[in-house]
Design a binder for this molecule. Sequence first.
Ligand SMILES: [Zn+2]
Length: 525
Amino acid sequence: MSTSSADRMVLIHGTVADGRGDAPYQADVVVSNGVVESVIPAAARPIGGYDAEVIDCAGQIVAPGFVDIHCHSDLSLLAYPENESRINQGVTTELVGNCGMSPAPFAGDMAGLASVVSTIDVVPELKWQWDDVAGWLNKLRDTPAASNVAAQIGHGSARFAVAGQSGRALSPRELDLLEEQLEIAFDAGCVGASVGLMYAPGEGASAEEIYRVAKVVAKHDGLLSAHLRDYRSTALIDSVNELAEPAHRAGARLQISHLRATGGSGFEDTLAHIERLRDEQDIAADSYPYVHGHTTAIQLLPSEIRMTGPAGVLEFLSDDLPAGARAFAASGYLPEQVIVMKASARPESVGLSLDQAAGDPWQHLAQLMLDCSGDVDVAVESGSWNDVDLAMKTPWISIASDGTALNESHQASVPHPRSWGAFPAAYRRMRSLGVDIGEAVRRLSEAPAKRMKMSALIEPGLRADLTVFDEQIFSSAATFAAPAQGALGLQHVLVAGAPVLLHGSRTGSRSGVFLSKTNGGVTTQ
Ligand SMILES: [Zn+2]
């Protein structure tokens, strides 16, 4: 079978959940020239059949391709354009540039920015072949991928280009320069900006600075995505307000990233609080169906140590390793709750929780930091299943992975299973909680697309990104021990009208599109 997007084909005999959230219905979906040509109810099916290639979807749900509004494929998509981790869970569109991190701008100091965004720099062999945001976006545009991608500018990266790694307050002149960096990024094709108020140097942002960012975002009708300053349950509402207030004042669309409460109860109160804010302003959130987060080991240190920047942290640890161990222990987590996911110079420790190491577990982590020049990632069990389920049942919370584009061949780090399984895991969990099929599909597709001013409906004229799965079986097989597993029950995936997965096997097609305002991608095609 040819996989050219110009081909006409029909997904026949399927049950269509079109992304609107309503009950699914029997219909055939006709695809031509990369878009949905028509949706034909079973009763109106032509008697003589279709003059087109046919993909049999009997017994399957035909859904819009899933949209991952929060992921970190900024760099890995260039290394793994086949994007096996996303295609194999039905994700067809990714939004990158999250948590304040993007691999541009860097104002001449590429190595400096690389160390600041090391958490998204997961493929060591990948060369950064750009000087600025436009260059990075062009690279994404010119690298045919199996999936679509849209990009945001990371506030932390823009701040780095203006004032370097330090989290110090910006001068009035630097605030102007920061705005300028954001303007350049929007003009180059970004559809949003993100802040990461838990990461250096973005965490140095003042209220005024956040407002200035929100103002530029609003001017371009972009999305303001926010990794909050503090997800601990005791600080969560204040952290939401720190973003909601300036976003409201500036008129910016606000997306709270990977919303969850760590270290205690109170998530319900936060949801109720955001619910009230939603009466006044455009605010929503996304969430993943796991109790483990994934972050840099530096995040386990108190903020006064983090604020000294990567070099300062290493100096602190090498000066007094036991003090470093105590600082890590003060995070309050138990050693068995922390799994090492990346430690390039100490591969034997990857995949193990800290209690599995010989000697003092926190000193082990401090030593790993030194051995790996600070480039250590961890998965931390920091949430509760009760809270996950509250998020899964909340209509204004989209599903997002917080993961990355990867191929099975990826060796440099162990991915959190969410990179391969967040969408099927969330689907299964929502269904087990009584969420209807149509609504569950909406939360994976149209709900996040709408936040990005895009559309992920199955509708004539819209780009034919489609995911076909077996409703009874569709679930995640990815685990911490073996994360690189595609979803169970996933049959076909089409991107811009071309099959990238057929009968569970990848076709090698790379029909993905770079989405920006200027190419019309923000609206649909
Ligand atoms: Zn984040």
